[in-house]
Design a protein around this ligand. Sequence first.
Ligand code: GDP
Length: 139
Amino acid sequence: MAGNITFTMIKPGAVADGNIGAILAKIAEGGFRIKALRMTRLSKEQAETFYAIHSERPFFPSLVASMSSGPIVAAILEKENAVQAYRDYIGATNPANAHEGSIRKLFGKSIEANAVHGSDSDENAQIESDFFFSGFDRF
Ligand code: GDP
C-alpha cells in the first residue's frame, strides 16, 4: 500500500534565488500538508551520504558540491500516495522536460539545479525524513 508521506528539499540554488516562499506556496497549492520544516545546510559529507546511491555517477562530485553550497529547506509532506503524487507534481528531473506549471519548470535552472528533491520510494521517504528530523520536530 502506498504511504502518505514524502520528503522534499528546496535545493541551494532555489533558496539563493529567493524562492523558498513561492515553492512552499506551490507545495500547499498541490494539497501537500507540511508535517515538518527546517532550514539548514548540508556538509559535503552529509550531501555524500544523502546521495550515496549516485556515488558512481559522473555527476556525483558536482551534485555534492552544489547540494552543500548553501542553505536548503527540508520538509516532510503528507498526502495520499505522497511519493508518487509529489514526483508527478514537481515534474521531470530535467526542468527543460518538466511540465508547464510544475515546480521544477518554474524554479529549476538545470538538470542539477532543479529546485527541489522528492523521494523516489516510501522506504526512502522514511530514511530521508529520519536523516533530517527527530520525532520532536514532526507534527
Ligand atoms: P530525481 O529523483 O528526479 O531527483 O533524479 P535522480 O534521483 O536521478 O538524481 C538525483 C539528483 O541528481 C537530481 O535531482 C539532480 O539534481 C541530479 N542529477 C540527475 N541527473 C543528473 C545529470 O545528468 N547531471 C547532473 N549534473 N546532475 C544530475
